[in-house]
Design a protein around this ligand. Structure first.
Ligand SMILES: [Zn+2]
Length: 339
Protein backbone atom coordinates (compact mmCIF):
# COMPACT_ATOMS: atom_id res chain seq x y z
CA UNK A 1 0.00 0.00 0.00
CA UNK A 2 1.16 3.57 -0.72
CA UNK A 3 -0.19 6.70 0.92
CA UNK A 4 -0.79 10.39 0.69
CA UNK A 5 -1.13 11.81 4.19
CA UNK A 6 -2.65 15.29 4.30
CA UNK A 7 -2.56 17.26 7.55
CA UNK A 8 -5.04 20.08 7.00
CA UNK A 9 -4.51 23.17 9.18
CA UNK A 10 -7.32 23.54 11.73
CA UNK A 11 -5.52 25.41 14.52
CA UNK A 12 -5.29 23.31 17.68
CA UNK A 13 -7.09 20.26 16.37
CA UNK A 14 -6.56 17.29 14.08
CA UNK A 15 -7.87 16.93 10.54
CA UNK A 16 -5.93 14.32 8.61
CA UNK A 17 -6.91 12.63 5.38
CA UNK A 18 -5.10 9.41 4.57
CA UNK A 19 -5.43 8.37 0.93
CA UNK A 20 -4.25 4.77 0.67
CA UNK A 21 -3.66 3.23 -2.74
CA UNK A 22 -3.11 -0.32 -3.83
CA UNK A 23 -1.59 0.76 -7.18
CA UNK A 24 -3.88 0.26 -10.21
CA UNK A 25 -6.31 -1.72 -8.06
CA UNK A 26 -8.11 0.30 -5.40
CA UNK A 27 -8.16 3.50 -3.34
CA UNK A 28 -9.15 3.90 0.29
CA UNK A 29 -9.79 7.28 1.89
CA UNK A 30 -9.75 7.70 5.68
CA UNK A 31 -10.93 10.95 7.22
CA UNK A 32 -9.14 10.91 10.55
CA UNK A 33 -10.84 13.47 12.82
CA UNK A 34 -12.00 16.82 11.45
CA UNK A 35 -10.91 19.60 13.79
CA UNK A 36 -13.31 21.88 15.67
CA UNK A 37 -16.87 22.85 14.81
CA UNK A 38 -16.80 24.89 11.61
CA UNK A 39 -13.78 23.08 10.12
CA UNK A 40 -15.71 20.31 8.33
CA UNK A 41 -16.47 22.14 5.08
CA UNK A 42 -12.82 23.10 4.64
CA UNK A 43 -11.72 19.45 4.88
CA UNK A 44 -14.46 18.39 2.46
CA UNK A 45 -13.32 21.10 0.00
CA UNK A 46 -9.75 19.85 0.27
CA UNK A 47 -10.94 16.30 -0.46
CA UNK A 48 -13.15 17.35 -3.37
CA UNK A 49 -10.40 19.42 -5.01
CA UNK A 50 -7.26 17.39 -4.33
CA UNK A 51 -8.29 13.77 -3.87
CA UNK A 52 -11.71 12.87 -5.22
CA UNK A 53 -11.04 13.69 -8.92
CA UNK A 54 -8.07 11.31 -8.92
CA UNK A 55 -9.66 8.28 -7.26
CA UNK A 56 -9.70 4.91 -9.00
CA UNK A 57 -12.97 3.25 -9.93
CA UNK A 58 -12.63 0.76 -7.08
CA UNK A 59 -12.66 2.74 -3.84
CA UNK A 60 -13.87 2.83 -0.26
CA UNK A 61 -14.28 5.97 1.84
CA UNK A 62 -14.76 6.14 5.58
CA UNK A 63 -13.64 7.77 8.79
CA UNK A 64 -11.74 7.19 11.99
CA UNK A 65 -12.41 9.14 15.17
CA UNK A 66 -9.41 9.05 17.51
CA UNK A 67 -11.40 10.15 20.59
CA UNK A 68 -14.49 12.27 21.19
CA UNK A 69 -12.93 15.63 22.12
CA UNK A 70 -14.28 18.77 20.43
CA UNK A 71 -11.11 19.55 18.45
CA UNK A 72 -11.27 16.10 16.82
CA UNK A 73 -14.90 14.99 16.63
CA UNK A 74 -16.87 18.20 16.00
CA UNK A 75 -15.46 18.88 12.53
CA UNK A 76 -15.62 15.16 11.77
CA UNK A 77 -19.37 15.10 12.46
CA UNK A 78 -19.73 17.88 9.87
CA UNK A 79 -17.66 15.87 7.36
CA UNK A 80 -19.86 12.80 7.83
CA UNK A 81 -22.98 14.96 7.51
CA UNK A 82 -21.65 16.21 4.16
CA UNK A 83 -20.08 13.03 2.79
CA UNK A 84 -21.84 10.23 4.66
CA UNK A 85 -23.64 9.04 1.52
CA UNK A 86 -20.24 8.43 -0.17
CA UNK A 87 -18.83 6.57 2.85
CA UNK A 88 -19.01 2.90 3.66
CA UNK A 89 -17.12 2.37 6.94
CA UNK A 90 -16.42 3.93 10.35
CA UNK A 91 -13.78 3.09 12.94
CA UNK A 92 -14.04 4.44 16.50
CA UNK A 93 -14.77 3.53 20.08
CA UNK A 94 -17.90 4.45 21.96
CA UNK A 95 -17.03 4.67 25.68
CA UNK A 96 -20.71 4.27 26.60
CA UNK A 97 -20.53 0.66 25.37
CA UNK A 98 -17.92 0.01 28.07
CA UNK A 99 -19.96 1.25 31.05
CA UNK A 100 -23.20 0.21 32.72
CA UNK A 101 -26.55 1.87 31.97
CA UNK A 102 -26.74 2.94 35.63
CA UNK A 103 -23.41 4.76 35.43
CA UNK A 104 -24.44 6.50 32.21
CA UNK A 105 -27.64 7.68 33.93
CA UNK A 106 -25.65 8.93 36.96
CA UNK A 107 -23.34 10.89 34.65
CA UNK A 108 -26.34 12.37 32.85
CA UNK A 109 -27.92 13.40 36.17
CA UNK A 110 -24.70 15.02 37.31
CA UNK A 111 -24.44 16.82 33.93
CA UNK A 112 -28.01 18.14 34.20
CA UNK A 113 -27.30 19.35 37.77
CA UNK A 114 -24.07 21.01 36.49
CA UNK A 115 -22.08 19.39 39.34
CA UNK A 116 -18.65 19.44 37.74
CA UNK A 117 -17.12 20.78 34.50
CA UNK A 118 -15.24 17.56 33.75
CA UNK A 119 -18.46 15.54 34.11
CA UNK A 120 -20.33 17.93 31.79
CA UNK A 121 -17.49 17.67 29.31
CA UNK A 122 -17.67 13.87 29.50
CA UNK A 123 -21.42 13.76 28.99
CA UNK A 124 -21.13 16.11 26.02
CA UNK A 125 -18.58 13.75 24.50
CA UNK A 126 -21.06 10.86 24.94
CA UNK A 127 -23.60 12.90 22.98
CA UNK A 128 -21.08 13.55 20.20
CA UNK A 129 -20.34 9.83 19.82
CA UNK A 130 -24.09 9.18 19.83
CA UNK A 131 -24.33 11.60 16.91
CA UNK A 132 -21.71 9.55 15.03
CA UNK A 133 -23.66 6.37 15.84
CA UNK A 134 -26.78 7.93 14.34
CA UNK A 135 -24.91 9.03 11.21
CA UNK A 136 -23.57 5.48 10.80
CA UNK A 137 -27.12 4.10 10.96
CA UNK A 138 -28.45 6.78 8.61
CA UNK A 139 -25.80 6.08 5.97
CA UNK A 140 -25.52 2.37 6.62
CA UNK A 141 -21.79 2.53 7.47
CA UNK A 142 -20.02 -0.60 8.65
CA UNK A 143 -18.79 0.22 12.13
CA UNK A 144 -15.80 -1.33 13.86
CA UNK A 145 -14.00 -0.52 17.07
CA UNK A 146 -10.60 1.19 17.15
CA UNK A 147 -8.67 -1.28 19.27
CA UNK A 148 -5.46 -3.20 18.64
CA UNK A 149 -7.45 -6.33 17.76
CA UNK A 150 -9.12 -4.53 14.80
CA UNK A 151 -7.75 -5.22 11.32
CA UNK A 152 -7.61 -2.48 8.65
CA UNK A 153 -6.40 -3.28 5.11
CA UNK A 154 -4.65 -6.48 6.20
CA UNK A 155 -2.75 -4.58 8.88
CA UNK A 156 -1.09 -2.20 6.41
CA UNK A 157 -2.92 0.19 8.71
CA UNK A 158 -2.57 -1.04 12.24
CA UNK A 159 -3.94 0.27 15.52
CA UNK A 160 -1.01 0.36 17.96
CA UNK A 161 -3.03 1.59 20.94
CA UNK A 162 -5.34 1.26 22.81
CA UNK A 163 -5.44 -2.43 23.57
CA UNK A 164 -8.87 -3.57 24.76
CA UNK A 165 -7.57 -3.87 28.35
CA UNK A 166 -5.99 -0.40 28.36
CA UNK A 167 -9.13 1.16 26.88
CA UNK A 168 -11.33 -0.54 29.47
CA UNK A 169 -9.06 0.59 32.29
CA UNK A 170 -9.02 4.23 31.11
CA UNK A 171 -12.79 4.32 30.52
CA UNK A 172 -13.33 3.14 34.09
CA UNK A 173 -11.12 6.04 35.18
CA UNK A 174 -12.62 8.84 33.13
CA UNK A 175 -16.21 7.81 33.83
CA UNK A 176 -15.63 7.60 37.58
CA UNK A 177 -17.70 10.44 39.03
CA UNK A 178 -15.65 10.76 42.23
CA UNK A 179 -12.38 10.85 40.24
CA UNK A 180 -13.74 13.59 37.95
CA UNK A 181 -14.94 15.68 40.88
CA UNK A 182 -11.46 15.56 42.44
CA UNK A 183 -9.56 16.29 39.24
CA UNK A 184 -9.57 19.37 37.06
CA UNK A 185 -8.88 18.68 33.40
CA UNK A 186 -9.84 22.14 32.17
CA UNK A 187 -7.27 24.00 30.06
CA UNK A 188 -4.88 25.84 32.33
CA UNK A 189 -2.73 28.80 31.28
CA UNK A 190 0.77 27.57 30.45
CA UNK A 191 3.81 28.17 32.60
CA UNK A 192 6.67 29.38 30.47
CA UNK A 193 10.11 28.38 31.60
CA UNK A 194 13.34 30.28 30.97
CA UNK A 195 15.14 27.07 30.15
CA UNK A 196 13.00 25.90 27.21
CA UNK A 197 16.11 26.53 25.12
CA UNK A 198 18.89 25.51 27.49
CA UNK A 199 17.41 22.32 28.98
CA UNK A 200 14.28 21.53 26.99
CA UNK A 201 14.19 17.79 27.72
CA UNK A 202 13.93 18.43 31.47
CA UNK A 203 10.71 20.36 30.82
CA UNK A 204 9.41 17.65 28.48
CA UNK A 205 10.06 15.03 31.15
CA UNK A 206 8.70 17.05 34.06
CA UNK A 207 5.00 16.09 34.18
CA UNK A 208 2.93 13.73 32.12
CA UNK A 209 -0.53 14.49 33.43
CA UNK A 210 -2.33 13.73 30.17
CA UNK A 211 -6.05 13.16 30.74
CA UNK A 212 -7.23 9.53 30.68
CA UNK A 213 -9.59 10.40 27.82
CA UNK A 214 -6.70 11.68 25.70
CA UNK A 215 -4.74 8.54 26.54
CA UNK A 216 -7.42 6.42 24.85
CA UNK A 217 -6.71 8.16 21.51
CA UNK A 218 -6.31 5.81 18.59
CA UNK A 219 -2.64 5.50 17.58
CA UNK A 220 -2.37 4.41 13.94
CA UNK A 221 0.57 2.97 12.07
CA UNK A 222 0.65 2.94 8.28
CA UNK A 223 3.22 0.73 6.54
CA UNK A 224 4.18 1.38 2.92
CA UNK A 225 5.40 -1.14 0.32
CA UNK A 226 9.04 -0.65 1.31
CA UNK A 227 8.30 -1.28 5.00
CA UNK A 228 8.58 2.34 6.12
CA UNK A 229 6.20 3.32 8.91
CA UNK A 230 4.10 6.42 9.60
CA UNK A 231 2.53 6.91 13.02
CA UNK A 232 -0.45 9.13 13.79
CA UNK A 233 -0.87 9.77 17.50
CA UNK A 234 -3.88 12.13 17.95
CA UNK A 235 -3.83 13.16 21.66
CA UNK A 236 -2.22 9.96 22.98
CA UNK A 237 0.51 10.15 25.60
CA UNK A 238 3.36 8.32 27.28
CA UNK A 239 1.06 5.74 28.89
CA UNK A 240 -0.45 4.98 25.47
CA UNK A 241 3.05 4.44 24.07
CA UNK A 242 3.89 2.17 26.99
CA UNK A 243 0.68 0.29 26.15
CA UNK A 244 2.05 -0.13 22.59
CA UNK A 245 5.26 -1.48 24.01
CA UNK A 246 3.40 -4.08 26.07
CA UNK A 247 1.78 -5.13 22.81
CA UNK A 248 5.06 -5.76 20.94
CA UNK A 249 5.74 -2.35 19.35
CA UNK A 250 8.70 -2.32 16.96
CA UNK A 251 10.40 1.07 16.54
CA UNK A 252 12.43 0.26 13.41
CA UNK A 253 12.12 2.11 10.12
CA UNK A 254 9.83 4.94 11.23
CA UNK A 255 9.64 7.72 8.68
CA UNK A 256 7.06 10.06 10.19
CA UNK A 257 5.47 10.54 13.60
CA UNK A 258 2.77 13.02 14.49
CA UNK A 259 3.68 14.84 17.70
CA UNK A 260 0.87 13.91 20.10
CA UNK A 261 -1.63 16.44 21.43
CA UNK A 262 -0.67 19.23 19.03
CA UNK A 263 2.95 19.21 20.26
CA UNK A 264 2.16 19.56 23.97
CA UNK A 265 4.96 18.82 26.45
CA UNK A 266 2.62 16.72 28.60
CA UNK A 267 2.11 13.85 26.15
CA UNK A 268 5.71 12.90 25.35
CA UNK A 269 8.95 12.08 27.11
CA UNK A 270 12.46 12.60 25.82
CA UNK A 271 12.87 8.81 25.91
CA UNK A 272 9.91 8.27 23.55
CA UNK A 273 10.94 11.14 21.27
CA UNK A 274 14.30 9.41 20.83
CA UNK A 275 12.82 5.93 20.58
CA UNK A 276 10.53 6.87 17.68
CA UNK A 277 13.52 8.49 15.95
CA UNK A 278 11.60 9.34 12.75
CA UNK A 279 12.88 11.29 9.74
CA UNK A 280 10.20 13.84 10.55
CA UNK A 281 7.84 14.90 13.31
CA UNK A 282 4.65 16.77 12.43
CA UNK A 283 2.45 18.76 14.82
CA UNK A 284 -1.11 19.70 14.01
CA UNK A 285 -1.16 22.93 15.98
CA UNK A 286 -2.18 26.57 16.19
CA UNK A 287 1.34 27.87 16.84
CA UNK A 288 0.69 29.28 20.33
CA UNK A 289 2.93 28.92 23.42
CA UNK A 290 1.68 25.43 24.21
CA UNK A 291 1.20 23.97 20.75
CA UNK A 292 3.74 23.04 19.57
CA UNK A 293 5.72 23.52 22.74
CA UNK A 294 9.14 25.10 22.24
CA UNK A 295 10.69 22.67 24.74
CA UNK A 296 9.44 19.69 22.69
CA UNK A 297 10.83 21.06 19.42
CA UNK A 298 14.14 21.92 21.09
CA UNK A 299 14.36 18.55 22.82
CA UNK A 300 14.00 16.88 19.39
CA UNK A 301 16.71 19.14 17.93
CA UNK A 302 18.99 18.37 20.85
CA UNK A 303 18.69 14.58 20.59
CA UNK A 304 17.86 13.89 16.95
CA UNK A 305 19.89 16.18 14.69
CA UNK A 306 18.72 14.35 11.54
CA UNK A 307 15.02 14.71 12.33
CA UNK A 308 13.03 17.66 10.97
CA UNK A 309 9.98 18.96 12.81
CA UNK A 310 7.07 20.58 10.99
CA UNK A 311 3.85 22.18 12.18
CA UNK A 312 0.65 22.91 10.28
CA UNK A 313 0.63 26.45 11.71
CA UNK A 314 3.73 27.51 9.76
CA UNK A 315 1.92 27.83 6.44
CA UNK A 316 -1.64 27.53 7.79
CA UNK A 317 -2.25 25.38 4.71
CA UNK A 318 -1.91 21.62 4.30
CA UNK A 319 1.19 19.59 5.11
CA UNK A 320 1.26 16.59 2.83
CA UNK A 321 3.48 13.54 2.62
CA UNK A 322 3.46 11.05 -0.26
CA UNK A 323 5.14 7.69 0.27
CA UNK A 324 5.78 6.96 -3.44
CA UNK A 325 5.30 9.89 -5.77
CA UNK A 326 4.97 7.95 -9.05
CA UNK A 327 1.91 6.13 -7.75
CA UNK A 328 -0.11 9.34 -7.24
CA UNK A 329 -0.89 12.33 -9.47
CA UNK A 330 1.39 15.34 -9.15
CA UNK A 331 -0.60 17.79 -7.07
CA UNK A 332 2.03 20.50 -7.62
CA UNK A 333 2.98 21.07 -4.03
CA UNK A 334 6.09 22.79 -2.73
CA UNK A 335 8.37 21.63 0.06
CA UNK A 336 7.56 22.71 3.59
CA UNK A 337 9.80 24.65 5.96
CA UNK A 338 10.80 22.88 9.20
CA UNK A 339 10.62 24.63 12.58
ZN1 LIG B 1 -6.69 17.46 20.50
Amino acid sequence: MEYVIDFVYVGDGDAIIVWARNPNIADYVFFIDGGNAGNGQKIVNHYQTNIKPHLLQSKAIGFINSHPHNDHINGLIEIVELLGSEMSFAIYNDPVEFISTELREQIKKSYLAKEDDDISHLYESFEKVQKLNELCTQHNLKRSSALTDSNILNNDIKILSPTREFYQEKVQQFTNIEFLKQKDFSQKPPTIFDDEVTSPCTIVDEINDASPENLTSTVLQLTDSSGKKYILTADAGVESFDDMDNNGFNNENINLVQLPHHGSRRNVSSAWLVRFNPKMYIASAAGNVKHPRRAVVNCIKRNLPNTSTYSTHTSKGTLSYTTKREVFPNRGWRSATPL
